[in-house]
Ligand binder design. Structure first.
Ligand code: SAM
Length: 473
């Protein structure tokens, strides 16, 4: 099956890439989940989970759990797997720990990236020094050590942290190609005066008369081919470029990679596209893009805040049946998708210890009879049950939220539930009264029926939402 270009895919990149045709992509940039700073102890211990990670998807990746054991068994038992020897070696060296879990996770995905790349293709793997040395061995195994081109150091300055050692202020980007005919548009740094003095206007060629000796002729120099250490600032807190996605990378970094290793019209894939830096860069530079992310929040940010192109998204449930499948296969993604169906709601980045709140939003104007403008949502993938509604009523009251919406995958009609919701009261904005708690089922969403909602702020730009259904097309 071939993918559609200029499209975003929602879900695990492995599930999508497995379905796609060989040799169909020109360039891959990947910046997989890796927050080494807070996860270092977990990576080398055998504890699974237990941290307040921003996304469970991140957490699952580096836990040693059943999934990691299955991946290890799959690679260990497949002697023909390109990363078989590398992973078996890491197993002996590291034992069963989060890092081994992470490397098996990456190996399974990198094998598909190698398959998807054209013989002229290139890949840039963005990581940091915690795992770059292990990932390089995995890349050597899958792409071949002869196809390694550069280890790019992205050096930046940020507010220093408390450290007894040297401040870590760089990321590592591993650049590999598939074969010798790969695309590479040499990028030149502005040449220094001393360089120009030495090389400008001079080059050695074979003397056309004697054909035996070399002579020096004039030739303009383009400067010095760019070094592999790139000094580029991270996105400043006040920058217009910042979208509020925690791991967002600067456009300048992606522009440099995409301009060098692809040509206009080529296909650029980012299988962990986050808030879409590579997607925007590819679009701006006249390349076609394909982006995949497991987070509904990320996909929504790209469509609603980064690029106003009405980019189609695949993998988002299109009917109740696919919503049920999503809830079963990936409850976290279901919750995050379900809350973003409500105008003005973004998924709660705090996934644990927040009383089960899955989404938050802000009412555009302060209610007349209520101090707070906070709106909360909870999404439930299983059968509707009264006690979980009661828990959510309690949390809404505890957090002093003006408005709450309890979203259920299934029908929410129940007399007892309606009674509890009615007792929870109302709030008022001008002449309009709104129920403080609303029951809404995903079935209603597919019928284009929404709960009576107060005017809400767009969670991404803080402006009042005019077209209530804008996020949902
Ligand atoms: C480090 S961020 C990428 C940031 C991106 N380069 C940007 O500039 O916004 C990693 C992303 O991978 C996504 N992710 C994690 N596991 C994934 C998976 N299995 N398939 C697809 N995306 C995944 C996360 O949701 C997150 O957005």
């Amino acid at each position: 099956m071939s993918f559609s270009t200029n499209t975003l895919y929602y879900g695990d990149c492995l599930d999508w890439m497995e379905q796609w045709d060989d040799q169909s992509v020109d360039l891959i940039y990947l910046d997989p989940p890796f927050n080494s700073k807070s996860q270092y102890n977990i990576l080398f211990g055998n504890r699974s989970g237990g941290v307040d990670a921003q996304y469970r998807a991140f957490n699952d990746t580096w836990a040693w759990d059943e999934g990691a054991a299955d991946r290890l068994a799959r690679i260990d038992n497949a002697v023909a797997h390109p990363a078989h020897k590398a992973i078996s070696g890491f197993h002996t060296m590291l034992g069963k720990c989060g890092m081994l879990g992470y490397l098996t996770y990456m190996a399974e995905r990198l094998v598909h990236m190698r398959r998807l790349l054209k013989p002229t293709g290139s890949i840039y793997l963005h990581c940091d020094p915690t795992a770059s040395h292990y990932l390089k061995v995995v890349m050597d195994a899958i792409f071949g050590s002869l196809h390694f081109r550069n280890e790019i150091i992205w050096s930046y300055r940020r507010w220093p942290s408390k450290s007894s050692y040297y401040q870590t202020m760089h990321d590592v980007i591993l650049f590999y190609v598939v074969g010798s005919g790969h695309t590479f548009n040499v990028d030149y740094e502005p040449a220094s005066d001393s360089y120009l003095k030495r090389f400008k206007g001079k080059t050695q060629v074979l003397d056309p008369e004697t054909r035996t000796r070399k002579i020096t002729v004039d030739k303009p120099t383009k400067g010095l081919a760019r070094r592999d250490v790139w000094e580029l600032s991270i996105i400043a807190g006040s920058s217009k470029e910042r979208l509020g996605y925690p791991t967002q990378k600067p456009l300048a970094l992606l522009d440099r990679i995409i301009a060098a290793s692809s040509n206009p019209g080529d296909i650029v894939l980012d299988p962990f596209c986050g808030c879409g830096t590579a997607i925007e860069s590819a679009h701006n530079l006249g390349r076609k893009f394909v982006g995949i992310d497991i987070s509904a929040f990320a996909v929504d940010l790209i469509r609603n805040k980064r690029l106003d192109l009405g980019i189609p998204v695949k993998g988002i449930p299109a009917d109740l049946y696919s919503a049920k499948l999503l809830a079963k296969d990936s409850p976290f993604n279901f919750e995050s998708w379900a809350v973003t169906r409500l105008p003005g709601f973004a998924p709660n980045t705090k996934q644990v210890g927040d009383g089960g709140v899955d989404g938050k939003g802000k009412i555009a104007v302060k209610p007349d009879n209520f101090q707070s403008r906070l709106a909360l949502a909870q999404a439930k993938g299983g059968k509707f049950n009264l006690s979980s509604l009661r828990d959510f009523l309690h949390v809404t009251k505890r957090d002093n939220a003006a408005f709450g919406c309890y979203i259920s995958l299934n029908d929410v009609r129940s007399e007892a539930a309606a009674r509890e919701v009615a007792e929870f009261g109302k709030f008022q904005i001008g002449a309009t009264e709104y129920s403080r708690m609303n029951l809404w089922s995903i079935e209603n969403y597919f019928d284009n029926r929404y709960p009576p909602m107060p005017p809400m702020l767009d969670p991404y730009n803080g402006k009042k939402i005019r077209d209530k259904l804008a996020n949902h097309r």
